[in-house]
Ligand binder design. Structure first.
Ligand code: FAD
Length: 382
């Protein structure tokens, strides 16, 4: 693995850093307080090409490799995890999955709109009764002539109230993951209603929703991939998604490091900057090691993807480590800030709140450990 960024990758990273400094960071606290990111950010993300990274240019994508994608995701996560999540879901979980599994008609119908920011995608897997155990989902899609009729409820859906299309997982066959199929369902289809989920600990600016489907009728052409292969569609999306979450977590940890170093140099106690105390330096150096380790694990996944190698276990390792590191780093930074870390005029409290969900979604830390354990032992413990 080459640890030197190419000129092109460095240019993309700088573009993302500038974009975040201009369009994201100045608003992040206000969006968090208002519980809503300005929707205009989606078009801006599309215009700069960040919603089309790794998607072929013939479908409106901006191409590039997965390391460039991780660099952009890291910078967005450094600025505001709510904005990073829009990209990770609409591009990372939806557009990239349409590109990988879609037929020509589906790619032409959705990719140019998703990559430009004209449309937003959401990923509907989790249900009120099934989170970690997603293969047991209860939403049903029943074939009726040339259509399917879908009934069920999806929970915690990122971009849910904003999205134009949901990549929806529903049961078309018997119990277990082999009975699951994937569908592309426009959110204006009659019978689909959305309820915003409020009161989140973090990612407050992000539009999270419950989706209720009652007699939602879609044409058979809405099926993404073969019938009964929906769980494979979901798992392939999530494996790459975990790389994107990990990159976002590196961004959180880096932001925590930047904030802690700056504050420790400015804040004086006992007549000296707190940076001069060994125990404060310990907090800072712990963050710095976590940043490096999480970044290297994440880049390794990108490298494996770009070289066409197996990457799923490496993605689970990166997601597990980076998400726990983001929580630890934000918490260590908050300690450096003392009481000022506990109020929202300073950035570290938000970093900690935003980081906390990263060990939960796209597979909890426990589930990542079980995936890694299964790969090592050949025995599934779940
Ligand atoms: P549960 O599965 O009930 O787990 C509860 C606890 O039990 C966890 O600690 C878990 O690790 C543990 N546990 C469960 N099974 C085992 C086991 N076999 N061994 C050991 N421990 C176990 N979902 C989507 O489909 N699309 C989205 O866009 C999306 N966005 C989200 C955004 C937010 C803000 C949040 C909070 C969630 C989002 N989710 C989304 C859902 C998320 O993926 C789930 O919350 C997650 O998979 C965990 O499921 P659960 O909440 O039902 O917890």
């Amino acid at each position: 693995m080459n640890l030197e960024l190419s000129e092109e990758q460095e240019a993309v990273r700088r573009l993302a850093e500038d974009f975040v400094a201009r369009e994201v960071a100045p608003h992040a606290v206000a969006w968090d307080r208002a519980e809503e990111v300005d929707r205009g950010i989606v078009k801006k993300l599309g215009a700069v090409g960040f919603l089309g990274l790794t998607v072929p240019e013939e479908y409106g994508g901006s191409g590039g490799d997965h390391l460039a994608y991780c660099l952009v995701t890291e910078e967005l996560g450094r600025g505001d995890s709510s904005v990073r999540g829009i990209v990770s879901v609409s591009l990372g979980l939806v557009a990239k999955t349409v590109a990988a599994w879609g037929d020509e008609e589906q790619k032409r119908a959705w990719l140019p709109r998703l990559t430009s920011g004209e449309a937003i995608g959401c990923f509907g897997l989790t249900e009120p009764g099934t989170g970690s155990d997603a293969g047991n989902l209860a939403t049903r899609a029943v074939r009726d002539g040339d259509t399917y009729v879908i009934d069920g409820t999806k929970m915690f859906i990122t971009n849910g109230t904003w999205a134009d299309v949901v990549l929806l997982f529903a049961r078309t066959g018997g119990p277990g993951h082999r009975g699951v199929s994937a569908f592309l369902v426009p959110t204006d289809t009659p019978g689909l209603t959305r309820r915003p989920v409020h009161g989140k600990l973090g990612l407050r600016g992000q539009a999270t929703a419950e989706l209720v489907l009652e007699g939602v009728r879609v044409p058979a052409s809405a099926l993404l991939g073969p019938e009964g292969k929906g769980f494979s569609v979901a798992m392939s999306a999530l494996a790459k998604g975990r790389m994107s979450v990990a990159a976002g977590c590196v961004g959180i940890a880096q932001a925590a490091l930047d904030a802690a170093v700056r504050y420790a140099g400015e804040r004086e106690q006992f007549g000296k900057p707190i940076a001069s105390y060994q125990l404060v330096q310990e907090l800072i150096s712990d963050i710095a090691v976590d940043v490096d380790a999480a970044r290297l694990l994440t880049w390794r996944v990108a490298d494996l993807v770009d070289r066409g190698q197996d990457f799923a276990t490496a993605a689970s390792k990166a997601k597990l480590y980076a998400s726990e590191a983001a929580v630890r780093s934000a918490n260590n930074a908050l300690q450096v800030f003392g009481g000022y870390g506990y109020i929202d005029e300073y950035p570290v409290g938000k970093l900690l709140r935003d980081a906390r969900v990263m060990t939960l979604y796209e597979g909890t830390s426990q589930i990542q450990k079980l995936i890694i354990g299964r790969a090592l032992t050949g025995v599934s413990a779940f």
